[in-house]
Design a protein around this ligand. Structure first.
Ligand code: GLN
Length: 490
């Protein structure tokens, strides 16, 4: 590689920055300062962070520099990262963008944080998000919305909107988000970065604040597919502290980065081109599919008819699990607590009344209703049956296809305020991403083009633990097109 002169350091990928760091052309302190300067100049317009950890970042960068000089650095050593604010960071505020946790400082690190810290990474700060990861636009953050760096009148997607916008704008080199129904992939699509949701069980959830435990997964947001593979190498793997993490060996994901997809069989599930999809988005995805065909893949339409029930099933399962998970916020154990209550019940009621925002309350009520006696069979049990059907359909499709290609989202980024009063419209943002969580399979969103300057993401899906197949197709497409090299005008 040849970088002469060094481009804006905050625009580098992990692979590029790591090359410069290891050859001592730039130090981690210099890189970190460049990123922090970038934060100072764009953060006022974007609001990608809940907390910026400037002093910590600089001291971690110094530590990384000494490791780099000793020669035992890894690709992540000394590279600045944003962590979504629902991933526990020891000694650092972890708010979930909620009043309920606005003063919560975890006494421990999430497993993914322990893993990253072992590489001597540089934490720039904690990323803004929809409260408790419920939302698709970042407008449900109690701290106010993050804006999209491609057009600051528009949303960055959600719920990992802060991490996605921050990576797109150069406020960090990569990020970790969480994805329960699309929260890594949809904002990745809206901000024109790469976002990967791993197979359920591939990455430990220990220390991820629980939303819907049977759907939640942590995944990387990055500037290109190589970087997503490098981050996966660091965070994937079995964790005895998460009973749902799978004891499969972790491959070296960078080995799947071969720009060659000749002979691969790609299915196009027709139901994912949903009613209401914007014509421009459809056009971009169809062009991308033709491109994959020119590159030698065979393309064939496939039908996954149960997809039309996925949204309804998700909005039973996810709120049901959320209502149980969020019962722990009682004002006693941790988090916000109302002080002027008359008695215990009054304290509990007021704590939850003031501590939770509107969307979180809506989910708790939906979930509590769906689980209540007399309704359980009609709602929750039925949704679980639909879940089985959706899984079976994917399994059948993967007998015939190496991967499936869909749009990430039916629209380009929408205007701030456009959907916030209309929950159903907001929920429809994730109609193409949430079936993937229901099935537990891996999925990636990669930049696939633009409509009037607004990003469009393409989603690639494969069978459980076939992240390598996804990365290979994503890498080949990225190399052939170069959409990932576009930077937002901010
Ligand atoms: N937008 C979806 C929801 O609101 C997905 C959120 C997520 O993946 N965390 O539930």
């Amino acid at each position: 590689m040849n970088f002469e002169p060094v481009m804006n350091p905050y625009d580098l990928t992990i692979a590029e920055a790591s090359h410069l760091l290891k050859s001592r052309r730039i130090s981690s302190v210099e890189l970190t300062r460049a990123v922090l300067d970038r934060v100072s100049s764009v953060e006022g317009k974007l609001h990608a962070f809940v907390t910026v950890t400037e002093n910590l970042a600089l001291s971690q960068a110094e530590k990384a520099d000494s490791r780099l000089s000793s020669g035992d650095a890894t690709p992540l050593t000394g590279i600045p990262v944003i962590i979504k604010d629902n991933i526990c960071t020891r000694g650092i505020l972890t708010t979930c963008s909620s009043q309920m946790l606005r003063n919560f400082v975890p006494p421990y690190d999430a497993t993914v944080m322990e893993k990253l810290n072992s590489h001597d990474i540089v934490l720039v700060g904690k990323g803004n998000m929809d409260e408790f990861a419920m939302g698709s636009s970042n407008e449900y953050s109690t701290f106010g919305p993050t804006r999209n760096p491609w057009d600051t009148e528009r949303v960055p997607g959600g719920s990992s909107g802060g991490p996605a916008a921050g990576v797109a704008a150069g406020e960090a080199v990569y990020a970790l988000g969480s994805d329960t129904g699309g929260s890594v992939r949809q904002p990745a699509g809206f901000c024109s970065v790469v976002g990967l949701k791993p197979t359920y069980g591939r990455v430990s959830r220990y220390g991820l604040v629980a939303f819907a435990s049977s759907l939640d997964q942590i995944g990387p947001l990055a500037r290109d597919v190589t970087d997503a593979a490098l981050v996966m190498n660091a965070i994937a793997g079995h964790d005895p502290r998460d009973a749902t993490s799978v004891p499969h060996p972790t491959p070296d994901y960078t080995r799947s980065l071969i720009p060659e997809i000749k002979g691969l069989r790609l299915g196009i599930p027709k139901e994912y081109f949903v009613e209401g999809m914007e014509a421009g988005v459809k056009q971009v995805i169809q062009t991308a599919i033709s491109r994959l065909e020119e590159m030698g893949a065979t393309i064939e339409e496939v039908s996954l008819p149960s997809m039309k029930y996925a949204l309804s099933a998700y909005y039973i399962i996810a709120p049901s699990e959320a209502s149980a998970n969020l019962a722990r916020y009682d004002g006693v154990k941790y988090g916000f607590s109302v002080q002027d209550a008359e008695n215990m019940w009054d304290a509990l009621e007021k704590t939850r009344q003031y501590g939770f925002g509107i969307e979180v309350k809506r989910r708790i009520m939906l979930g509590t209703h769906a689980l209540s006696s007399g309704y359980y069979d009609a709602y929750y049990l039925k949704a679980q049956k639909v879940r089985t059907l959706i899984r079976q359909e994917f399994n059948q499709a993967f007998e015939r296809f190496d991967a499936l290609i869909t749009p990430t989202s039916p629209t380009v980024p929408f205007k701030i305020g456009e959907k916030v009063e209309d929950p159903l419209q907001m929920y429809l943002s994730d109609v193409c991403t949430l079936p993937i969580n229901i099935a537990g399979i891996p999925g990636i969103s990669i930049p696939a083009g633009f409509v009037n300057g607004l990003p469009v993401g393409m989603q690639i899906l494969a069978k459980p633990f076939a992240e390598e197949m996804i990365l290979r197709i994503a890498f080949a497409y990225e190399q052939a097109t170069g959409w990932h090299k576009q930077r937002p005008p901010i």
